[in-house]
Design a protein around this ligand. Structure first.
Ligand code: C2E
Ligand code: MG
Ligand code: MG
Ligand code: MG
Length: 249
């Protein structure tokens, strides 16, 4: 089935929500992750339920582009009102890689919709990255980062060959997967987390903790030099209007 994503966003069957990212030392919001939401009969459907089918058919690429369009317009709209939303992280499927002109298309969308490259961070998951041809990947990432976008390695630690990726690709940000954060308290997990943050810092990569849910986790992360976090302890994903309110409050 061909889905008209423009239509779906205009009808609010699909929408983009924002999950704020927080500087855990000051408690201040320092950006957000854009997460797609599907609404049906007043109910919210998680992207985990519909993204696999879109990945399968390849339509995920068009969805990701539409999400980027919405994000760029939200950034521009906020600027007009004197607020800065960004940097906003946008998730990209591995399906972008290997398509010719995939990077150029993202650049074009950003420019046409009035956002600056510095406002956008592209998130690629570790599994997305690993399954692809290294050459495609390096070209894709190389172009995006040369153009001034930031790139983040999402869900770090739960895929394969993570260290090889860190060696080969100049990521700006590493996101510690919720799996590890939720297991803070387990001594083995704590050793792995603390060594990972140390490794990233030495490589000049910023670290963001995902799925932060309590103060024990925050204390551990701060003690181990991970200063940025997102998760239900701080905020759940919210519509743009609410995010703007949070920023301005
Ligand atoms: P992700 O990129 O790792 O996003 C984080 C997911 O964890 C989100 O689920 C978020 O709502 C959830 N989360 C955040 N903080 C907490 C917490 O403290 N506790 C718990 N239990 N969960 C938390 P969501 O929105 O259902 O998204 C799931 C996945 O779907 C995302 O994982 C991402 O891989 C994918 N996704 C979402 N939007 C897009 C998109 O526009 N394009 C693509 N390609 N993938 C997307
Ligand atoms: Mg993500
Ligand atoms: Mg993630
Ligand atoms: Mg995750």
């Amino acid at each position: 089935m061909e889905i008209n994503f423009k239509h779906a966003f205009a009808n609010q069957e699909l929408c983009v929500w924002y999950e704020p990212q927080v500087d855990m030392q000051t408690g201040k919001i320092c950006g957000a992750e854009a997460l797609v939401r599907r609404q049906k009969n007043g109910r919210q459907i998680s992207p985990l339920n519909f993204i696999p089918a879109l990945e399968e058919s390849g339509q995920i690429v068009e969805l990701d582009r539409e999400v980027l369009r919405v994000v760029c317009r939200d950034i521009r709209e906020a600027k007009r009102r004197g607020a800065c939303l960004g940097p906003i992280s946008v998730n990209l499927s591995r399906r972008h890689m290997g398509q010719c002109d995939a990077a150029e298309e993202l650049i074009k969308i950003t420019e046409e919709n009035g956002a600056e490259k510095e406002d956008i961070v592209f998130e690629l998951t570790e599994t997305a990255v690993c399954r692809d041809d290294k050459e495609d990947l390096e070209q894709f990432m190389g172009k995006l980062s040369q153009w001034g976008f930031q790139i983040s390695l999402d869900d770090f630690g739960i895929g394969f060959s993570a260290l090889k990726l860190l060696a080969d690709i100049p990521f700006h940000i590493l996101k510690l997967d919720r799996y590890f954060v939720s297991r803070i308290g387990d001594p083995r997990i704590e050793i792995i987390l603390s060594a990972t943050v140390d490794l990233a810092r030495k490589l000049g990569i910023n670290v963001i903790a995902e799925g932060v849910e309590n103060t024990t986790q925050i204390r551990f992360l701060l003690e181990n030099s991970c200063f940025t976090g997102q998760g239900y302890y701080f905020f759940k994903p919210m519509p743009q209007s609410e995010y703007l309110k949070q920023l301005l409050s």
